[in-house]
Design a protein around this ligand. Structure first.
Ligand code: GN1
Ligand code: MG
Length: 391
């Protein structure tokens, strides 16, 4: 989980070799960053964040103002249509910026992501090795949390994702490329798991039979949202699709600053965003906690996130969308377990791992969360209902 926090940061200072070893990787990232219109000269490139897919670096330049940037190497094995991906992000950022224009330029820069273009005016850069790079402005004086600390943070997070959906609710989903088709389609995810079982490419099936039983027992019950969607009872909107709590930046007073990580913004059902956010918010432990006793629910945080979310989203949600929220609370951790287990059986080809059993530990951890959510289903449903009636 805290992959980059656990390793000694490789640090390169241009013009002089720093005491910590300079690596090819640092040079490569700096060379890539130099293709973008940055203010000032680059001073350092440091691995940043805890993403499982892309590689992220914090770039600092010597400019007096605007000296922080986020450089990312896009995992183009997963995001194969980088052009479509970046067009999506550009469109979404433009739309959000228009919505916030009344706040003035400085505020808009803090509340939305801003793509930095290359010297030849493109949204990304492809180097000779075929790697794809992009740069965003790094919003200063903000922080994100892997595990929440207070109900105020949870309320802010709920508002942030509710606002995000609301601001995009008038953007035509047909304008957005589905960069990862079937991303939250549980049938697709279960089929991928079944294919992995069939192939068993690295012989890991022996370790996981009890986990598979647990997953397949719940297969039918997890289809509710998929079927409501197929029956056209849920509107397809533009959703974020990776609403982990660490994808919200908060300011020093824990007010919402900005929703980040727009790679998976695609047509989807609002409940998926709600459920995926709850997956990280309600869990007292990390997504990959190995000690299952530590995975318990923090229900006050669920209450606070729900209140924050509904304060923004209540107006535009249909009754069926509201009814679907609780199903997603169960579905998203379940689907995440299915995805981690599929990757474990396949020999860890999708998610970055920090140690060989990492995907197995992640699976068990998410399934423990599924169990806790089932046990507390009535309590959670009541909280949702109370929030709706008090609003
Ligand atoms: C991946 O890389 P990151 O952390 O932004 C994944 C999400 C998962 C998440 C699990 C494109 O997101 O769907 O929920 O890991 N992103 C993709 O932490 O698969
Ligand atoms: Mg992501």
């Amino acid at each position: 989980m805290h992959r980059f926090r656990d390793i000694a940061f490789t640090y390169i200072v241009l013009g002089m070799k720093s005491e910590v070893m300079s690596t090819k990787e640092s040079e490569n990232s700096i060379n890539s960053a130099n293709n973008f219109k940055l203010e000032g000269e680059i001073i350092s490139a440091i691995p940043f964040g805890s993403g499982h897919i892309n590689d992220t670096f914090k770039i600092t330049t010597d400019a007096a103002k605007n000296n922080l940037y986020l450089l990312q190497r896009i995992n183009h094995h997963i995001f194969q249509d980088v052009d479509g991906l970046m067009k999506n992000i550009e469109l979404v950022c433009q739309h959000l910026k228009q919505k916030l224009a009344h706040l003035g330029d400085d505020e808009v820069l803090k509340r939305t992501m801003t793509i930095v273009q290359t010297h030849d005016g493109k949204n990304y850069y492809r180097n000779e090795q075929g790697e794809y790079w992009r740069v965003f402005i790094l919003i200063p004086d903000t922080r994100s949390y892997d595990i929440l600390e207070t109900t105020e943070q949870a309320f802010s997070g709920g508002m942030a994702f509710g606002q995000f959906q609301k601001q995009l609710s008038d953007l035509d989903p047909k304008k957005i490329v589905e960069v990862l088709p079937n991303f939250h389609n549980i049938e697709f995810r279960i089929n991928n798991l079944k294919e992995a079982i069939e192939k068993n490419p690295v012989g890991r099936l022996v370790d996981v039979q009890d986990l598979l039983d647990y997953i397949f027992e719940r297969e039918e019950k997890m289809r509710t949202i998929l079927e409501l969607g197929r029956a056209k009872k849920l509107p397809l909107r533009i959703t974020h699709n990776d609403t982990k709590f660490n994808n919200v930046l908060l300011d020093s007073d824990d007010n919402v600053q900005c929703v980040i990580d727009l790679d998976t913004v695609m047509p989807g059902y609002v409940a998926y965003d709600f459920g995926d956010a709850i997956r990280t918010i309600i869990n007292s432990a990390a997504e990959d906690e190995a000690d299952l006793d530590k995975i318990v629910l923090n229900i006050p945080l669920f209450q606070a996130f729900t209140a924050g979310y509904l304060s923004e989203a209540r107006d535009f949600l249909t009754e069926t969308e509201i009814d679907s929220l609780i199903s997603a609370v169960h579905l998203l951790p379940y689907m995440q377990a299915v995805r981690f287990l599929t990757d474990y059986i396949n020999g860890d080809t999708y998610y970055k791992i920090a140690y060989p059993e990492h995907n197995l530990v992640r699976t068990k951890s998410q399934l423990k969360l599924v169990h806790e959510l089932e046990v507390n289903n009535e309590k959670l449903t009541n909280i949702l209902v109370e929030n709706l009636t008090s609003n």
